[in-house]
Ligand binder design. Structure first.
Ligand code: 3EB
Length: 360
């Protein structure tokens, strides 16, 4: 791995950007914590399905091919730059890298090796959560889940719901509901179940949206086991505070609003994000306005992309965003937005949070 100069990050352990730089050039730095591609392919370490520009580096544990796609083809990658040099490796199928403060890790689960989506997601999460405990980075800050055919039935159960059962089974072995982190779960274009996350040694604080029922308390109509995630997670370091906002959609209470109308779904989504950020800013006593640094907008129907882009570029003038094609986990939703705010810790007075819980 080439030794490169550390990025100028003013004391923040992680810097996330979208870039046109090639995967190979991004991986050629030991200050790169992780790289993500959006070219509709999932396999890491398999030459036959490597994305454009990936050759010998494609078995690098820091690379995730998300399986999501962009309407304009590919070319944009996401990179997580670290202020400090990273170490990385693969242990028992878990790809990881860490910089002392933050640990990135990912698994790609070939579902055909398991008896259904529930078993696959339970196995994937059990692997990852066991690894986090062993590595002594037990606190999850944010997790991402991408899987094929998310709205299709499998043995009479929607695959998203089956996925949620497996995740719940694994999570509740080690964590309580109030420790569930921010997340998203999106349908990709085929291949392995991809799970990746970022974890820390010291816990962040998880938040709920006053306008939405906590997903882990959704009624059973949405699945035998409720989705295990929080609406947002706030994680502070000495100089920088990160707010990770989960995939947010047109849901109030637990109900979908404006099925079939992406424009009105966007309005409700913006409103949900505003309500959530306002509530967090109050509780964390954050001064100043909160703007997203980086956003992902997931759009189900490629024909909605231009419309969503025009609305989003007006709404998020300060932010870098990327529109990704993927299926939202509720079949009546066409759009979902997630984002991260980066703020100077000087602007955060902090909350009185619960004392650290015992974790494995
Ligand atoms: C929702 O609010 C929309 O299962 O991890 C958003 C974020 C959604 C995360 C997940 C699902 C998940 O229920 C869907």
């Amino acid at each position: 791995m080439a030794k490169t100069h550390p990025p100028q990050m003013n004391g923040s352990p992680l810097h996330c950007v979208y870039t046109q730089d090639s995967v190979a050039s991004l991986l050629d730095s030991n200050f790169t914590l992780a790289v993500f591609t959006f070219n509709g392919q999932t396999f890491n370490g398999q030459t036959e399905s490597a994305g454009a520009g990936v050759s010998s580096q494609n078995d690098d544990p820091r690379l995730v091919n998300t399986g999501l796609a962009r309407k304009d083809g590919c070319g944009t990658n996401e990179v997580w730059r670290s202020e400090k040099p990273v170490v990385s490796g693969t242990d028992d199928g878990v790809n990881w890298s860490e910089n002392g403060e933050l640990l990135f890790c990912a698994v790609e689960i070939t579902e055909s090796n398991y008896d259904g989506c529930t078993a696959a997601s339970e196995a994937g999460y059990t692997k990852i959560l066991t690894f986090l405990a062993q590595k002594n980075f037990p606190h999850i800050v944010r997790m991402w889940n991408y899987l094929a055919d998310i709205n299709n039935d499998e043995n009479g159960l929607e695959r998203y719901k089956a996925f949620c059962s497996g995740r719940y089974n694994a999570f509740t072995q080690r964590y309580t509901e109030d420790q569930f982190p921010a997340a998203c779960a999106i349908g990709h274009y085929g291949g392995a179940l991809v799970i990746y996350l970022i974890a820390s040694k010291v816990p962040g604080t998880h938040y709920e949206n006053p306008d939405q029922i906590s997903a882990y308390q959704y009624p059973p109509t949405y699945g035998v086991r409720s989705p295990s995630f929080a609406r947002a997670t706030v994680k502070s370091f000495a100089d920088t505070t990160y707010i990770y906002v989960s995939g947010t959609a047109s849901i109030k209470g637990h109900k979908t609003l404006h099925a079939g109308d992406v424009g009105r779904q966007l309005d409700v989504t913006f409103d949900n994000i505003d309500r959530l950020l306002l509530s967090i800013a109050g509780k964390e006593r954050i001064s100043g306005t909160l703007n997203f640094d980086i956003l992902k907008i997931y759009v189900r129907d490629p024909s909605d992309v231009d419309f969503v882009k025009s609305i989003a570029s007006k709404h998020y003038q300060e932010s870098q965003f990327q529109i990704l094609l993927g299926d939202i986990c509720r079949s009546d939703l066409g759009v979902e937005i997630e984002g991260m705010c980066v703020i100077a810790s000087d602007n955060v007075d902090g909350v009185s949070t619960d004392d650290e819980k015992d974790l494995p």
